[in-house]
Design a protein around this ligand. Structure first.
Ligand code: MN
Length: 232
């Protein structure tokens, strides 16, 4: 092959706190039901044996601070505030005790969810993709390098909508913690630099509408913001 029939898509790149260089995003893995109180509010139970996952395309990425249109096909868009792990070192079948050596850094993430479409899929025992994998559904703050902030284990995680607190918890309440997730996920995938893992949301998820301003934070990691514009 000497050329491409159309231009290849540009790499999807997230900013890094304090650096000029960017973090090229590869795959986006998301952990489901990783906080007991969130599993309960979803009318479900958390699985303590092992995490489970769904994926988003890297094209779903949107940088913190942007205004995005209210997404198509939904009347019940939800916020899910999450700690995100950014993988920096490749690995396969990573022992839990070595997992943190594969982490480049951490970020705040919003796993935006078309809840009505997700629930409809669940009811029909179909995949969730329409509910989870859509444009602007993977909001991400700048990545904080672990070499600067360390590896957070106990840290307040919060989300406010129009200044009102909707989600307030602590990442120490995760059922499956970061090393366990990396050890488990790497049994199924050769993890690569650039892979992101959204680690699940605490309780308090709920709907947002056009005009809403979402602002989240994780103590010691950073802040994230998103404004919802009118539907296209
Ligand atoms: Mn989530």
């Amino acid at each position: 092959m000497s050329s491409l029939i159309f231009p290849a898509p540009a790499p999807v790149v997230a900013p890094i706190q304090g650096l000029e260089e960017g973090f090229p995003i590869r795959r986006i893995f998301c952990v489901g039901r990783n906080y007991e109180a969130h599993a309960k509010e979803m009318g479900s139970v958390a699985d303590r044996e092992a995490p489970f996952y769904f994926n988003k395309a890297s094209e779903d990425y949107v940088a913190s601070g942007r205004t995005v249109p209210y997404p198509p096909g939904t009347k019940n868009l939800h916020h899910e505030m999450e700690l995100v792990v950014a993988i920096g070192v490749a690995g396969f079948r990573i022992p839990e005790g070595e997992a943190l050596a594969h982490v480049y850094g951490y970020a705040c993430g919003l796993d935006m969810t078309r809840r009505d479409l997700q629930n409809a899929a669940k009811d029909k025992q179909r995949p969730w993709d329409l509910g989870k994998d859509f444009e602007n559904a993977a909001v991400l703050s700048a990545i904080a390098p672990a070499s600067v902030i360390g590896h957070p284990f106990r840290a307040a995680i919060e989300l406010r909508v129009n200044g009102q607190t909707r989600q307030s918890s602590d990442i120490s309440l995760m059922i499956h913690h970061v090393p366990a997730i990396i050890a488990h996920l790497s049994q199924y995938y050769h993890l690569q630099p650039g892979d992101l893992i959204y680690t699940g949301t605490p309780e308090g998820v709920g709907p947002v509408v056009a005009g809403d301003v979402l602002e989240g934070s994780i103590e010691g990691v950073g802040r994230i913001a998103l404004t919802l514009g009118a539907a296209e």
